[in-house]
Design a protein around this ligand. Structure first.
Ligand code: FES
Length: 106
């Protein structure tokens, strides 16, 4: 399914994210500027931080404790839309979802 990565200047990268992969790995392959993923997807760096469209919030996997803790240390401010993209496994239900790329990841 296509997921839109929106940048601060309003430009959008449309990424055809493979089912079952992480949103982070789809972004890295594209590649999407501003998604760094230093730790390779282990919920240990927070440089894959994104803000997910609230309308899709209930289609995301629940947040594990380690993700919750890492989100307290993001470079750009955490909001209620904040998630680590490496912890989001792509499903069909995410087609058309927009995520905002934060200004800073480090
Ligand atoms: Fe490091 Fe997601 S890639 S926390």
């Amino acid at each position: 399914p296509n997921v839109n990565f929106r940048h601060r200047d309003g430009s959008i990268d449309v990424v055809d994210a493979p089912l079952g992969s992480s949103l982070m790995s789809a972004a890295i392959k594209h590649p999407v500027d501003g998604i760094i993923a230093e730790c390779g997807g282990n919920a240990m760096c927070a440089t894959c931080h994104v803000y997910v469209d609230a309308a899709f919030g209930d289609r995301l996997p629940p947040m594990a404790e380690e993700e919750d803790e890492m989100l307290d240390g993001t470079a750009s401010a955490r909001t209620e839309r904040s998630r680590l993209s490496c912890q989001i496994v792509v499903t069909e239900e995410m087609a058309g979802m927009t995520v905002d790329v934060p200004a800073d990841q480090v």
